[in-house]
Design a protein around this ligand. Structure first.
Ligand code: GUN
Length: 292
């Protein structure tokens, strides 16, 4: 079994991006600037946004974190999105999801200028992805594809089963892996809560990807010998042995599944760092697309 080490692979990408920043500085060009909007105090979201800001610092990008209380009205958030759309100093920005129930996530996502939508969640960017046209790819799916590519995992002609059809992971990933490109050209099955015979379907997978947020859901009996297993889950579970009282657990029963898999991502240290690296790639691209 080989570990698909997202920390190591993302470190390679960060080095490449740092070099690009240094080069831009030498040429007197603008440094990429990412802004992130965070609403509320959800522990997971705080950790993710913190990691994104830290990655900007490490690479040499500028970053701005904008925070709101849980009770922020939707129109205030929409006005902020509009002002970031117009702010020439900001190259790309994200609104961390999920948002509180009184805010319409789709409305917020659709208000973002597609040219600054470095999360790739706007319908224009999702449409471009489907048609294989230039645009921003959603960070987690793009990070997974990059992890497969940089670790020389063959995808062409392979059976890929994705569990979970969310707008930000499963659905876009199913399109990326099925389209005619490299990595790509997989025969994709997108499984979800209504799927029948899930175990049998998973047993067929050469590449099995779990993105449902249910810790330990994928057990060894669901996995084919030699499969490549990608775990997108990051649920906080209680762990009294840790000072903070919790640890992150993936959707895959790592201890048992790793005995059968040819390659597997750990949690943490697998997909998570690749998501952040993809966001950084998109931010540099956002600035370059403007011709700055
Ligand atoms: N919530 C979980 N993943 C993501 C992501 O990639 N971007 C944003 N904005 N929110 C998320």
């Amino acid at each position: 079994m080989k570990l698909l080490d997202g920390r190591h692979t993302s470190e390679e990408i960060r080095k490449e991006l740092s070099e690009a920043v240094l080069q831009r500085k030498k040429e007197g060009k603008k440094i990429p600037h990412l802004a992130a909007i965070l609403v509320g105090n959800d522990g997971g979201s705080l950790t993710y946004v913190g990691a994104k800001v830290k990655a900007c610092d490490q690479i040499g990008f500028e970053s701005t974190l904008i925070r709101y209380d849980d009770s922020v009205p939707e129109d205030i958030l929409l006005a902020k999105v509009q002002s970031l759309n117009e702010d020439k100093s900001i190259d790309g920005f994200i609104v961390q999801l999920p948002l509180p129930a009184h805010i319409d996530e789709l409305k917020i996502t659709q208000a973002i200028d597609p040219k600054k939508d470095v999360d790739g969640f706007h319908p224009v960017n999702l449409g471009n992805m489907v048609l294989n046209l230039p645009g921003f790819l959603p960070a987690t799916p793009a990070g997974i594809v990059e992890l497969l590519k940089r670790n020389h995992i063959e995808t062409e002609g392979k059976k890929c089963v994705i569990i979970g059809r969310s707008n930000i992971v499963g659905t876009p990933l199913s399109i990326l892996l099925a389209r005619n490109s490299n990595p790509g050209n997989c025969t994709v099955t997108l499984a979800h809560s209504k799927t029948e015979n899930l175990k049998e379907i998973c047993q067929q997978a050469d590449i099995l990807i779990a993105a449902i947020g249910r810790p330990g859901f994928v057990t060894a009996d669901m996995v084919k010998e030699g499969a490549v297993v990608i775990d997108v889950g990051t649920t906080r579970v209680e762990d009294p042995s840790r000072a903070r009282g919790w640890r992150l657990k993936g959707d895959v029963d790592f201890d048992e599944v790793s005995k059968k898999a040819s390659h597997i991502t750990p949690v943490p240290g697998g997909v998570g760092p690749m998501t952040i690296a993809s966001l950084m790639i998109n931010t540099l691209k956002a600035m370059e697309l403007k011709g700055k």
